[in-house]
Design a protein around this ligand. Structure first.
Ligand SMILES: Cc1ncc(COP(=O)(O)O)c(C=O)c1O
Length: 381
């Protein structure tokens, strides 16, 4: 059997139609969208068409979109630029980040502190969902900005961001949502009362290197990249025309797939039904994304398992970050209260549009056998 790719939360394959849509903008359509001549105007029209598509799918205005170089940059701009702007407008000086956020949000903490903000980290439960009572107690007039992700990229669990949006409305502050794992879907920015919201094209079958920050009109994050006046004077730099075209094309195609996620969930469930009782499911009580399966096999560390699975033709991941050739325990699982040992065991399998139920069952069987074998060898030694 061919390799089975089960790491769609890390990145998704570029759709052939998206690649086709991008190609002209890497050849004849080379114009700079800020130029006044024909080449420039063509490029501007292409960027604007993509902006139109994405604004419709987000349920926002054309002018509320800021293209960036990736989801990380969009989230940095949303959180740091949003906090600076909130402080200027309302005087708030505290920033609340949830403990299980992606590093592109959490690692703004030292930067914000150097800028004079006080950063509070909101605790999360065993399934990475933010503690709503804690938030209720800590959202107050001195809060500048709150950032909570829609779906957690490791566990796939969802935060009640509509309720958090309402809480944030109690005072003047900005609410930023990292929605990288959930776009495009049927939700619209107003469902959450979002002021700022981040997405990334390579998570929805588009190209890498394109992100987008929705910034509600009237909300103008302080620019972190300065220069020309591109992107509402919020993010300078010549736009990545081909990438932006690809982002719009991908979003439109994926939104047109309708209820594709139920097929993805079917694959995920078929996979899980093949895993034996030795596996511990990390999400037991919450709703989760259709493609996410996060499990542990007690006693087997993720690094060894992933290397073996890769050799068996299965691409999966742990939430852990790789540094100097070895895996650091996942900060998400640590925030959820896992021990260091447990968090080194976390394995994430994320299904996507091209997986089949047959593949998923086959993968489940290989995962079960491979981990059982690693475990039995451990016991003998
Ligand atoms: C939840 C979440 N936020 C942000 C990002 C960062 O996006 P990008 O890879 O485009 O920088 C990712 C990517 O892993 C993610 O999963």
């Amino acid at each position: 059997m061919d390799r089975i790719y089960l790491d769609h939360a890390a990145t998704t394959p570029l759709l052939p139609e998206v690649r086709e849509a991008m190609l002209p903008w890497l050849s004849d359509g080379f114009g700079n969208p800020s130029s006044l001549h024909s080449e420039g105007r063509r490029a501007r029209a292409a960027v604007d068409q993509s902006r139109e598509i994405l604004s419709e799918l987000l349920g926002c205005l054309f002018g509320e979109i800021v293209f960036t170089s990736c989801g990380t940059e969009a989230a940095n701009l949303g959180v740091i630029g949003g906090a600076l702007s909130a402080r200027d407008q309302f005087g708030g000086y505290e920033v609340i980040l949830a403990a299980a956020e992606h590093h592109c949000v959490l690692h703004t903490q030292p930067f914000l502190e150097r800028l004079g903000f006080k950063v509070l980290i909101a605790p999360v439960d065993r399934e990475a969902k933010v503690d709503m009572n804690w938030l209720d107690d800590h959202i107050r007039p001195r809060t500048a900005l709150v950032s909570v992700m829609h779906a957690n990229n490791e566990l796939g669990t969802l935060n009640p961001i509509d309720e958090i949006g309402k809480m944030c409305r109690r005072e003047k502050m900005f609410f930023h949502i990292d929605a990288v794992q959930t776009f495009p879907d049927t939700w619209r920015v107003d469902d959450f009362e979002a002021d700022l919201l981040t997405i990334s094209a390579h998570k929805f079958y588009g190209p890498k290197g394109v992100g987008l920050l929705y910034a509600r009109s009237g909300v103008k994050p302080t620019p972190l990249i300065v220069g020309g006046g591109q992107e509402r004077e919020v993010r300078a730099g010549t736009e990545n025309v081909a990438g932006i075209v690809g982002a719009g094309a991908a979003a439109q195609i994926v939104a047109g797939w309708g209820d594709w996620r139920s097929q993805v969930a079917e694959c995920r469930d078929a996979f899980e039904s093949e895993l034996g009782d030795e596996f511990v499911a990390s999400v037991k009580h919450s709703e989760r994304l259709a493609g996410h399966s996060h499990v542990r096999y007690p006693g087997v560390d993720a690094e060894t398992a992933l290397i073996r699975l890769d050799r068996e033709g299965i691409s999966a991941s742990s939430g852990a970050a790789c540094s100097s050739g070895s895996l650091e325990p996942s900060h998400v699982l640590a925030a959820c209260g896992y021990t260091e040992e447990e968090s080194k065991e976390g394995l994430r399998f994320t299904f996507g549009k091209t997986n089949t139920v047959e593949q998923a069952k086959h993968a489940g069987k290989i995962v079960r056998e491979t981990l059982a074998e690693i475990s039995s060898r451990r016991k003998v030694h």
